[in-house]
Design a protein around this ligand. Sequence first.
Ligand code: BG6
Ligand code: MG
Length: 216
Amino acid sequence: MKKGFVFDLDGVITDTAKFHYLAWKDLADELGISIDLKFNEQLKGISRMDSLERILAYGNQADKYTEAEKEELATKKNTHYVELLQDLTPDDLLPGVKAFLDEANEKNIPCAIASASKNAPFILEKLAVREAFAAIVDPATLTKGKPDPEIFIRAAEAINITPAEAVGFEDAQAGLDGIKAAGMYAVGVYSGEELHGADVIVHELTDLSIDELLQK
Ligand code: BG6
Ligand code: MG
């Protein structure tokens, strides 16, 4: 029996992945590095600094910048990203998310956010669903990022359930690997790329029944 839900944010609750891509692509262009949507797949679920490191390595510039310069580059990307988020509204929730959260809240099933994004609280406010979540793990407090299970284990703890009692939702392979390593039931949310290891794959949350998930 499952007792709670643990959600990734970007690509599961809302499609902010496209804004991350735009902001990284702009920065990469400036650095003379050409990234495309295929390369972007491997940035999903990965922290801001690790994403920058991957882009620099991809452009053979791994050793070109000091730590302070890299901080500046990451800040520049984030400033652009946050600009792109300004127009987010509740209409930008992915299909089925609002109804799913409302039903979970009505049934007193606790929901938590396990996102690598430091912008998660801001985005949830913009989408008007901040109150639907009993907990948001602060990614700044983690020792390891996805695919390590730490963030998912911490999310389960925060809503007072064990990982085995949780259902995790992810659109990225790194996140799915983390959910499975944590010992949770994994829902993969398909966003165009093949996902491996999910217990079930859906196109949107409307494809799921909360009562059935709780029986898993
Ligand atoms: C994840 C995204 O949710 O958050 C990644 O999938 C992103 O693409 C990461 O790099 C960190 O986000 P932020 O908002 O803290 O830069
Ligand atoms: Mg995601």
